[in-house]
Design a protein around this ligand. Structure first.
Ligand code: SAH
Ligand code: SF4
Ligand code: F3S
Length: 472
């Protein structure tokens, strides 16, 4: 089934760029007095954030102006996530509240896109119970946003168009980046791994690498615009290039990016432990522009659970690679993702996760309660772990990891760190927020004109999740 729902087949064939011009003209003709406004709300991962930047660029080009409050918007776009149940609940909760706004401004258009749109049962629910949602499109056709909007204005009917897979041509559309000093660059889309708990392969399609030339051109463009830091994005960056005709792999790509003049910091995520190579670690060690930071999601410490998760590595192979990375890259910051309460997880399995985090000595970890996701094999596993046990294990995991994070942060007290200054603190205008090369958040007094610069900050105090310091 190539196409799930297509109200207008023609729309699929139109390119975003052409439609931008047409919609722009239409808006100028129909909304002479007051420019139309938009807001985009984004849930989920950096992929979604990047897609939102592109949609922002596209709608601005069409003639919309950004506003900060939904009440003031003529177009509301929800770019959604359903990685865990609470992500999905949040979107439905917010969506319900939009009913009132739409009543006040009937010309308002409400669009839902992103990963939730890729699931048929969710589209069915939207059709049935959320009549105020005007547009639904998926992760493979965000370039059709202008065409769908135009159609929705012209015939005033709801537009639902979701593709099961597609070529990501929209990467070259205009984009409005959130920052002018650090940016995301997609290097590949989709995922082929089918970890048994995860919806991503069903919402993002199969792996599709962008060509090296296209990526390098985007990074060069960012460097020319003064960007200091870039983060290369992919669900499993280590399999970059497997689907390309040329024999380029992620280490080659990283090497080519590392020597681009102007870019001072390169990060990447996510690195799948089953595919990480020593060559990649050697490349990280070789180039000072590649940050000494590795996010290597382990998920669990028991081989039995890793097998059931379909992760395709063992705790031994994981630790071996981690130790190689630690030995090769000085001052390496390591982080991970952990899932607690996966179906069939026994107390003994959980103890192995605790042993793993103690051995790995992570600087930071994203820890999640296992959340059954419709359509994934783990969701129908009869061996689900009861909620109270999941929560109890989660609390014990926190009690184990938090002191490790604190210890690692405290080890930095008195040390100088290169910090990219990112923003002014929301609570205190005299305090700046920045990130160390290891991606640790640091607060320090300073002037807002330092934003976007890399400076040296001496760490003076450490908490579990934050460092404090002084500009040197
Ligand atoms: N591609 C990345 C992960 C993307 S999803 C990788 O393989 O590392 C981000 C994280 O969400 C995962 O690493 C996992 O820890 C978590 N996650 C995914 N599905 C989940 C589920 N059903 N329940 C709980 N956590 C989940
Ligand atoms: Fe999900 Fe696994 Fe793919 Fe990561 S590698 S996106 S966890 S299926
Ligand atoms: Fe969520 Fe989709 Fe990303 S499910 S985590 S937004 S790939």
């Amino acid at each position: 089934m190539k196409e799930m729902i297509a109200l207008n087949q023609e729309l699929a064939e139109k390119t975003g760029e052409l439609e931008i011009t047409v919609l722009n003209q239409w808006i100028r003709e129909h909304h002479r007095e007051k420019p139309l406004t938009y807001i985009i709300k984004t849930w989920g991962c950096q992929m979604n954030e990047r897609d939102s930047e592109i949609m922002a660029g596209v709608v601005e080009e069409c003639g919309y102006t950004r506003v900060d409050r939904e009440e003031e918007a003529d177009l509301i776009i929800y770019n959604t996530c359903l990685i865990r149940e609470n992500a999905e609940m949040k979107v439905f909760g917010n969506l319900g509240q939009l009913k009132v706004l739409k009543r006040k401004n009937p010309k308002m258009r409400i669009a839902l896109c992103g990963c939730m749109a890729q699931k048929e049962h969710i589209v069915a629910k939207l059709k049935k119970s959320y009549p105020h949602v005007d547009l639904v499109f998926g992760t493979h056709n965000i370039h059709e946003l202008p065409a769908l909007l135009l159609e929705s204005y012209r015939d005033n009917r709801r537009q639902i168009h979701v593709l099961e897979d597609g070529v990501k041509t929209y990467q070259n559309l205009p984009s409005k980046r959130l920052y002018n000093f650090k940016g995301f660059v997609n290097i590949m889309f989709g995922c082929n791994n089918f970890c048994s708990y995860c919806v991503v392969p069903y919402t993002r399609g199969r792996e599709q690498s962008r060509s090296k030339d296209e990526i390098l051109a985007e990074v060069r463009g960012l460097a020319e615009s003064g960007y200091q830091e870039i983060t290369l994005l992919g669900q499993n960056v280590n399999s970059y290039g497997n689907d390309l005709e040329s024999s380029v792999d992620f280490a080659d790509l990283l090497e080519a990016i590392a020597v681009i003049e102007g870019i001072k910091r390169i990060r990447f995520m996510t690195s799948h432990p089953k595919d990480i190579s020593r060559r990649l670690i050697d490349t990280m060690a070789k180039y000072p522009t590649i940050c000494n930071q590795l996010h290597l999601p382990v998920q669990a410490g028991s081989n039995a659970i890793l097998k059931k998760m379909n992760r395709k590595y063992t705790k031994e192979s994981y630790i071996e690679m981690l130790n190689y990375a630690k030995a090769s890259i000085p001052e390496l910051t390591i982080s991970t993702d952990l899932i607690v309460g996966f179906p069939g997880e026994t107390e003994a399995d959980f103890q192995e996760t605790l042993a793993m985090v103690r051995e790995a000595e992570y600087d930071f970890a994203f820890s999640y309660l296992y959340s059954p996701r419709a359509g994934t094999p783990a969701a129908i596993d009869p061996d689900q772990v009861p909620d109270d046990i999941k929560h109890h294990r989660f609390d014990r995991l926190m009690d184990t990891v938090n002191p490790i994070f604190l210890k690692k942060n405290q080890a930095l007290i008195g040390r100088s760190q290169k910090v990219l200054v990112e923003s002014v603190s929301k609570n205190d205008a005299s305090i700046l927020n920045g990130r160390t090369e290891g991606s640790k958040l640091i607060h320090f007094p300073g002037d807002s004109n330092l934003i976007g610069k890399i400076i040296t900050v001496k760490v003076t105090k450490a908490q579990t999740f934050i460092l404090f310091g002084e500009v040197e």
